[in-house]
Ligand binder design. Sequence first.
Ligand code: FAD
Length: 547
Amino acid sequence: MTTHEVRNQPPPFGGYDLLAGDPALVAALDRWSPSRGDVTELARLAATSDPARWADQADTYPPVLRTHDAVGNRLDEVDYHPAYHALMTVAVGHGLGAEPWLANAGTGAHVRRATGFYLWSQVENAHLCPVSMTYAAGPALRHTPALAGEWLPRLASRVYDPRLVPVADKAGAIVGMGMTEKQGGSDVRANTTTATPDVAGPLGSDSVRLTGHKWFCSAPMSDGFLVLAQGPDGLGCYLLPRVLPDGTRNAFAIQRLKNKLGNRANASSEVEFAGTWATPVGEPGRGIRTILDMVAATRLDCILGSAATIRQALARAVHHTQHRAAFGATLIDQPLMRNVLADLAVESEAATLLALRLAHAIDEGESDFARLGVAIGKFWVCKRTSPAVAEALECLGGLGYIEENGLARLYREAPLNSIWEGSGNVNALDVLRAITREPASLAALAKECALARGAISLVDTAIDEIESVSTQAYAADAPWLARSLVERLALTLQASLLVRYAPPEVAEAFALTRLGPDRGLTFGTLPAAIASGAPGRILIDRATPRR
Ligand SMILES: Cc1cc2nc3c(=O)[nH]c(=O)nc-3n(C[C@H](O)[C@H](O)[C@H](O)COP(=O)(O)OP(=O)(O)OC[C@H]3O[C@@H](n4cnc5c(N)ncnc54)[C@H](O)[C@@H]3O)c2cc1C
């Protein structure tokens, strides 16, 4: 610079070991997985400069739709920037697809994969949408063993192969999902897409022809899609291959790509089906039941992705405040900034721990606990992400609002996990459904929380109240109260996990400020004794990224 010297500005964020520098994550991985697998290697790769560049490029140069070729034939292809494929190659190549469903029980495969997903989400979230759907398709496909036999090994493969060729010719495949239609949205019972049996079809004697549309269909270059459509027995779940066994393209008209707030590296499309071939998955007319097995797994990824987003935003805030001074002190040493960072750190640890505990529940087959825990976690952790990221962004001042600094991309991404796979209200109402129709799920949650009894009186009181809070789910006015009920259960579950697995100072800070009377409505409202004392020091230390 000829006019001035650039100083008091932070060095570029980067080179941090996202695993070693995240004590809550390391402890969860080591507690619930007998080995770290190649998660350490993934963390090392994430710390290098290439992935950060891919993330910027994939976000800056979004996918482009080509509906027709030069002479007017339908093409229906999406071109991605090479950086997107580089990100996908790493994600699939490190087992973030459906691999855990083929692993032996007790091997911690879901926790290892969850840790990898959490780490790689911090590099770039958007491309993980198809990776998540590929993971989640596993349990749904198992409803039809013949389909699972053909598809699951390919969805579990570590080979990323983006070519549009018959699935039988591929070592690795990607799967998407199509539930949402214009007139129905969350209420998929209103779907109008039809499935008409045609025994002469190319997918065997149970081939159907789909006619209709999907209003949102992400990752339209996937090899297959699980879709809901009205069949002869009611709403069914169907598997739609993009390429038919003879190599010809299935009818799959991509009308346009959505112009999205964030999540730009991922293509989300509107599609139309006109005589599109598909084949049933699961029992006829039980499509919602079948696809819910997929949705439960994508919801877990929403929790993981949101926890990762909070963690990455916090790491960037700590990095910045370590290197910037104002009013005579480094920002990280200013009392009020320390309060904000410590409060964000409490939120981050609680989110990370809950996400990994739920992945462990999948490994252990704790289906009752997972049923309610995932519904609660999906509502709560995803809801907390936007305010947490906004606060972390503000720690950078004006720089936070500038795209190059990474926080802006996280901020644009932050609301999404709360919207898809069941928006907030739909999720909160699902918690009521779980409590009233599957009471074993509430019993499992209460049992889990009770393991934390005897350490902190505020947590004990919250555990005592689980039963009375939950009876509200049966009341006539339950829908009016669903959010406050879920919030209370989520905080109780998170507090109980922190009591059992986090340093006592972290658990106490959480209990006091989330369950006790000392609650502020913004981050940075911890009581002075907590923020300025040992809890504050420990919290910020655990949130500080390390090389
Ligand atoms: C980027 C992106 C990608 C997507 N990709 C896919 C995809 O690949 N496949 C797919 O199938 N879908 C996809 N979706 C769609 C997404 O799952 C839906 O947008 C979401 O489920 C909500 O449905 P909707 O948009 O129709 O909203 P609506 O159903 O109209 O809901 C609008 C609002 O009303 C609330 N609401 C609904 N019912 C109730 C009720 N009974 N009481 C109180 N409040 C209620 C909801 O919580 C929501 O806040 C994607 C969405 C986005 C944004």
